[in-house]
Design a protein around this ligand. Structure first.
Ligand code: FMN
Length: 447
């Protein structure tokens, strides 16, 4: 069901989680607004987008349950399944161009991105943005590909502005630029939800996220070589833009409404020159509305998979981790542990802060607290935490540059150890309980 974008849409439709919107909608805010109204409830499929024959889809995975369904597992096993795939990637399978749906239409001349219905999402955005393209580049030395998602501003009919934060794609681009070369890239829009999630894996440099997608899918992902660049892309993608990031060229990009629900600033950014376009017959354009659950969870789940492993190295009894949506699924980590030794709560905080520079606040609770229930977590902070001994503050650290309360990322970190002291006398932290409550069916008592 999650092997291609289209099969996933069919599955959502069959299970009544796809809202087909036939009313004419504007690309300017209206697509984003309707998608946001349905966020976490249904995916949206806009059949009638102003001046376009091509439909727009958004919100294809906006709950944790949907990611679990795509991965054919349950919510609690997502992280272990994801971690296993990251540690054992599987090679993709190359297919002939004639077997690849994405090659049904090939455009090499008169490239014009106006062909596609690309939305403007938020009030102060600088213009139209592609937000859901897998950005694929290749390391010329190892020939391994790297996959991520980057916001892409439409800067001209064949030109995109791109935000490359200092991670793997940026590193490969800098290497190329220092050698005076462009970095070839391909942008695959409309891929299955598993491949989308795999693109967000936190991996060591040199791991190809498409191979992680193959491991997660439990069968090799079919890929096909591009027309104008030496890059392999998912053969079933709806649309592929081929191009190169130009060396020594920077142009204005932004502002753009980002995942923390603030605007990332306008600045001089790298530029992608488009050299070719391929797309399926009757392509569907896919967009992610920034800061929606789809965006947050896509980043959050792979981060959780990496976080639990890091914490486990220090506190083997870690039970669960949660990057909560209120913390943008990036800045807040909530961790439950079975504390066996005094001090392990603080050790878990330190491990979590070391896992990712994005993590800013950590809450550690005992294993019986449901960390996916924010009221339970707040209750643990309210009743199991004293600031003079349970608070850890670290000043002068690097965090997310998109957190407006930092000075370009420079700020502070904090951890709350809300675990109960091991030597506390038994009644002091005993939760109140009404015997029989759990097994009671209230409908046996009311009409
Ligand atoms: N990372 C960026 O550097 N720039 C972006 O504009 C950007 N936009 C994103 C948009 C979405 C919808 C999502 C889900 C993620 C975005 N990211 C962006 C995060 C990267 O795709 C992600 O951190 C990725 O794992 C980086 O991969 P890499 O370390 O292999 O380069």
């Amino acid at each position: 069901r999650a092997k291609s974008f289209r099969s996933w849409l069919q599955y959502l439709q069959k299970t009544d989680r796809l809202a087909v919107i036939d009313k004419e909608v504007s690309l300017q805010f209206e697509v984003a607004a309707a998608t946001k109204k349905l966020d976490g409830i249904k995916a949206s499929y806009f059949t009638n987008v102003e001046e376009y024959e091509i439909p727009v889809v958004s919100g294809i995975c906006s709950t944790r349950e949907q990611f679990a369904e795509a991965l054919e597992t349950d919510q609690y096993a997502i992280l272990s399944k994801f971690s296993e795939a990251v540690s054992a990637p599987v090679e993709c399978r190359h297919v002939e161009k004639r077997q690849a749906p994405v090659k049904e239409n090939i455009i090499l001349n008169d490239i014009n991105l106006d062909l596609f219905p690309i939305p403007v999402h938020h009030e102060k955005d600088s213009g139209k943005y592609i937000t859901a393209g897998l950005f694929i580049v290749r390391d010329p030395v190892t020939r391994k590909q790297n996959v991520s998602i980057h916001r892409l501003q439409i800067s001209g009919k064949d030109k995109l502005g791109v935000l490359l934060l200092p991670r793997h794609t940026f590193h490969l681009y800098k290497q190329a630029e220092e050698a005076g070369r462009p970095l070839e890239c391909a942008i695959a829009i409309g891929v299955d939800p598993i491949t989308l999630l795999a693109s967000q894996a936190s991996t060591p440099f040199g791991v190809d996220e498409l191979e992680i997608a193959s491991a997660l899918r439990e069968e090799p992902l079919e890929v096909v070589r591009c027309e104008t660049v030496d890059i392999d892309v998912p053969a079933c993608a709806e649309i592929v833009l081929e191009g190169k990031i130009l060396p020594k060229v920077r142009e204005p990009e932004g502002p753009f409404g980002e995942f923390p629900k603030y605007y990332g600033p306008r600045g001089e950014k790298e530029v992608v020159q488009i050299t070719g376009i391929t797309h399926r017959n009757n392509p569907i354009f896919y967009t992610i509305v920034p800061a929606g659950y789809e965006h947050l969870l896509l980043g959050g789940i792979p981060r959780e998979a990496s976080l639990i492993q890091t914490v486990r190295q220090t506190v083997p009894t870690v039970k669960a981790v949660h990057m909560s949506p209120g913390g943008t699924c990036r800045y807040h980590a909530i961790i439950s542990i079975k504390k066996r030794n005094e001090g392990e709560g603080k050790n878990a905080i330190i491990a979590a802060l070391a896992n990712s520079f994005d993590i800013k606040h950590v809450v550690v609770v005992d294993e019986e607290v449901d960390i996916f229930n924010t009221e339970e977590v707040e209750w643990a902070i309210a009743t199991r935490f004293q600031a003079d001994k349970d608070l850890l503050v670290i000043h002068g650290t690097q965090g997310s540059k998109l957190d407006p309360s930092t000075d370009d990322g420079y700020g502070s970190k904090m951890g709350f150890d809300c675990t109960v002291p091991l030597n506390s006398e038994p009644m002091r932290y005993k939760r109140i309980y009404i015997p029989g409550f759990d097994d009671m069916n209230i409908h046996d008592y009311i009409n």
